[in-house]
Design a protein around this ligand. Sequence first.
Ligand code: HEC
Ligand code: HEC
Length: 253
Amino acid sequence: MKIRTLSALAVLSLILCLMMLAACSISDGQPQANSEPVAPSQVSDFDTLYAQNCAGCHGARGLGGASISLDDPVYLDIVDEATMRKVVANGVRGTSMPAFAQHAGGMLTEQQIDVITSGIFSRWGHKQVLDGANPPSYAAKAAGNVGHGRLVFGTFCASCHGSDGAGTPKGSAITNDSFLALVSDQALRTIVITGRPELGAPDWRGNVPGRPMTDQEITDVVAWLASRRAKNPGQPYSASNDTQQSKAQHREK
Ligand code: HEC
Ligand code: HEC
């Protein structure tokens, strides 16, 4: 009887052991070969890199973000890949465009920056939309003339942005301190050349139908906008807040 109980126990524990072994060999809880998480620096797929790093500001498919569209064949016809790569690697100082290269404090490897920039061109560019249109150059070739820029603004921009750039229902305010403080001269130039097609802003050919802007007109209007930039954009606000506050305190006394 005693022996039988013992051997029953032995059989039982053997069964238990086998069950545990079986449980161990089942891949329960173990990652499948293809489910291992990829280290951030190893991600090499354009869609993932774009979604994680750019979509928040430039739109999910390169369109409709707060910043300019990258899915814009006009833009991709005027900018070259090396220039874009530099912007993505180093960012644009003084604006919200971050530096992505590790040497500039970003999180992306050189290879990942290559994947993103060449991906933007292969996916959204190369449409030859400007064949024969002789577009203005991406970068300004000369210094702008502020006085002439003001006249250019009146001719090409005032109809939508107002005579002094304070905005109309057809186009927002673009000469206010907060806007100008956060945008570079190059971004202004880019927008004048490309427009914001997804928002109904015409490119350099469409402000005045049948009268494309010349390279110099673009340079000059950007110089005028830049001349409206406040030197210390934070100052007027805090100064006037201080004044209001001290007035309020004065009244309380
Ligand atoms: C936090 C918002 C933000 C993120 C994220 C961001 N950008 Fe930008 N980007 C901007 C802003 C704002 C500008 C305009 C900067 C300026 O004033 O020159 C800009 C400008 C650019 C330009 C230059 C446009 C021109 O005038 O030629 C390129 C190219 C660009 N971004 C690509 C990218 C790519 C690619 C990514 C992802 C790797 C990215 N950006 C992520 C905000 C962002
Ligand atoms: C036919 C109307 C129209 C004309 C003409 C026009 N724009 Fe615009 N512009 C727009 C619209 C619409 C937008 C996008 C929505 C907005 O910001 O109001 C825009 C956007 C902009 C922006 C970006 C504003 C932002 O908040 O990101 C700038 C800068 C700009 N325009 C400059 C100019 C300049 C400079 C000219 C003249 C060379 C010009 N525009 C001519 C309609 C126009």
